[in-house]
Design a protein around this ligand. Structure first.
Ligand SMILES: C[S@@+](CC[C@H](N)C(=O)[O-])C[C@H]1O[C@@H](n2cnc3c(N)ncnc32)[C@H](O)[C@@H]1O
Length: 410
């Protein structure tokens, strides 16, 4: 018998709490992690990996789990709790090829995500169908236009970027689609009025507190139907995640923004150049970290702000002078910094191996957070289906929640 959502949330919470030492500490902050001392055989195995091995494990979560399972108690059974089915397409066999022109100007990968997501938005009863379908954080409204076309339904999209609203509305006029983008901050009080007027809301990749706000408003107002694919769980005010569901609050993991960011750090879609630049940035940050610990005579991490990306095509010395200035540290122009750069690259090698262990837990954390949303909806009277809407290679943020208000609450 499949495990219900609340039960799964509890089991996952227990597993994550038990193995906190593997995913919570940051190797950036603490160059040697506790588990390296308590599990020397694991660390020995990771050190024996070539860079190519590391890259393969980073790219393949299943292989990573297989390789690390000898050292992680209970991992094999816990994998069953993060396995979710592919949602069935609700669209049937209808021919939609005459609407393909709507893809013009939409990046290919984004268009495929939109098509897969839209195919799994449930159809609604006739009374709900008459009210406009609401798209939350719509961007240029590509999803909304596609839904308007294939369902022959009016769509309103909310978006706070005026330029996106204007561009999207022009596209709707050009394609003669009944889809209108309204200029609206979804965190503002008026956003509640839009929810009240709608029978069905969709949200594809609305970030952290934006989709959390949708959940709260929909649950308090009893929106009949909701389809959402959450992403960027860390984009929120407040450092600490407070679970929404009763069952989640009873077993609160105390997740911080850094840990929430961990679950969206997978880069299946990043190209070679982006990966290379990210390596340079991390190595340089680690090199500067070694330098600042000596300069300040304090063995303590000093966080740096995000950096102007143009610095990465310059030299390590320029980066260090920028970083020192940010932190109010005096740094002589004469100091030879090449040794620190070499240490940064060396630490990057170790960090990538340390992070493999934390990365193993990414999908577990994501599922825990998403199941918290699922249970919150259930506690508010919704029947909820959780699954994936596309392959993870199309987007790793491939989870989708379909919620329909049970007849008892309408
Ligand atoms: C990740 S994009 C997703 C866009 C679209 N749903 C898609 O999948 O292509 C998030 C969108 O939310 C918008 N957004 C961010 N904060 C917002 C807010 N407070 N109110 C309304 N829209 C917001 C952004 O401008 C952006 O267009």
């Amino acid at each position: 018998m499949p495990m219900d959502h609340a039960h799964r949330l509890c089991r996952l919470g227990g597993f994550l709490a038990e193995h906190r030492a593997f995913w919570q500490p940051s190797a950036f902050v603490d160059p040697e992690l506790d588990w390296q001392r308590t599990q020397p055989a694991l660390w020995h195995y990771l050190q024996s990996l070539t860079d190519a091995d590391v890259a393969s494990l980073e790219a393949d979560p299943e292989l990573l789990a297989t390789q690390l399972s000898p050292w992680i108690d209970g991992l094999d059974s816990a994998l069953a709790w993060i396995s979710v089915p592919r949602l069935d397409s609700a669209q049937g066999q209808t021919d939609t090829s005459h609407h393909d022109r709507l893809s013009t100007g939409v990046p290919g990968r984004k268009w495929q995500q939109i098509r897969s997501f839209a195919a799994r938005v449930p159809s609604t009863p006739q009374d709900i169908h008459k009210a406009p379908l609401l798209e939350w954080c719509a961007g240029k409204g590509h999803l909304g236009r596609w839904l308007a076309a294939i369902r022959d339904q009016k769509v309103v999209g909310l978006e706070w970027d005026k330029a996106l609203c204007e561009a999207g509305n022009q596209l709707s006029v050009q394609h003669r689609m009944a889809c209108h983008l309204a200029f609206q901050d979804v965190l503002a009080p008026e956003a509640a009025d839009w929810i009240a007027r709608s029978g069905q809301v969709v949200a594809l990749h609305a970030c952290g507190e934006l989709h959390e706000r949708l959940l709260v408003l929909a649950c308090s107002q009893g929106t009949p139907s909701l389809s959402l694919s959450p992403c960027c769980y860390h984009r929120r005010s407040g450092d600490l995640y407070r679970p929404y569901s009763i069952v989640g609050r009873e077993r609160d993991l105390g997740l911080t923004r850094r840990e929430l960011r961990l679950c969206v750090q997978e880069t299946v879609t990043a190209g070679r150049r982006v990966r290379r630049l990210r390596d340079i940035e991390v190595a340089w940050r680690l090199g500067f970290d070694a330098l600042q610990r000596e300069l300040r005579e304090q063995d303590e991490y000093l966080p740096l702000p995000s950096l102007p990306k143009v610095l990465l095509s310059g030299a390590f010395d320029t980066f260090c002078h920028w970083a020192a200035q940010c932190k109010g540290l005096g740094l002589s122009q004469q100091l030879d910094l090449s040794g620190y750069e070499a240490r940064g690259w060396q630490r990057l090698q170790a960090l990538r191996r340390q992070e493999l262990v934390a990365h193993l837990f990414r999908r577990f954390i994501e599922l825990w957070v998403v199941l918290d949303r699922v249970c919150y909806l259930q506690e508010a009277g919704y029947q909820v289906e959780l699954g994936t809407f596309c392959d993870r290679l199309l987007t790793p943020r491939n989870l989708m929640i379909n919620a329909r208000l049970g007849s008892g609450r309408r």
